[in-house]
Design a protein around this ligand. Structure first.
Ligand code: COA
Length: 165
């Protein structure tokens, strides 16, 4: 699946299905966005599962390592899907990349006949929650004291659902 879109003024980006070749770029992007980064090996292990799929955003024709600016990983089993992770490089945010990556996942799931897409998000992550609400996700559960380390006050995880039917 390939979608083309414009980022900033002159750069075109493609959103393409992820392969195992993309694990290093994905790990680099993950490290820019989360305090507990996933290694390329961990991402590769996920990608090797038949239920897991993902999309990555690259500048047009940018197949070289290090050029990706965002990616998303999701899992589909028995009609229900979940977002495993999504990250856009800090310098690439607020240009519609997260929206388009999520859109690619949703289109793929609809084509597969999936019923619903779930995700978990830290209640303090205003950017992500705003993105998910804009995509029509609704909060269906809350797990108190879920995120954070032993020494810090822990924040809740919101479980959100998008009906794909
Ligand atoms: C969440 C994330 C993926 C969004 O990616 P993005 O490419 O910046 O998002 P988009 O530009 O597509 O934004 C789409 C909508 O999301 C909302 N949004 C995105 N960033 C926002 C912010 N910082 N503040 C408020 N709303 C925001 C807005 O509604 C936005 O629409 P608008 O630009 O028309 O107002 C990105 O901020 C990121 O990688 N964060 C770190 C990793 C992370 O938290 N992942 C989610 C874990 S659950």
């Amino acid at each position: 699946m390939r979608h083309r879109f414009s980022f900033r003024r002159h750069v075109e980006f493609d959103i393409v299905a992820m392969t195992s070749q993309d694990c290093q770029d994905a790990a680099r992007l993950h490290a820019t966005s989360f305090s507990r980064p996933w290694s390329d090996g961990e991402i590769n292990t996920l990608m090797s599962k038949s239920t897991v799929f993902g999309f990555i955003a690259r500048p047009e024709g940018g197949k070289a390592a290090g050029t990706a600016t965002g990616f998303v990983l999701a899992q589909l089993a028995a009609g229900e899907a979940e977002i495993l992770t999504i990250a856009v490089a800090p310098e690439g945010r607020r240009h519609g990349m997260g929206w388009r990556l999520m859109g690619a996942v949703i289109r793929h799931l609809r084509a597969e006949g999936a019923d619903a897409l779930f995700l978990e998000v830290d209640e303090t992550n205003a950017a992500a929650i705003s993105l998910y609400r804009k995509l029509d996700f609704r909060e269906v559960a809350r797990r108190d004291h879920y995120y954070g380390d032993r020494n810090a006050a822990k924040s809740a995880a919101l479980v959100m659902r998008l009906d794909l039917g």
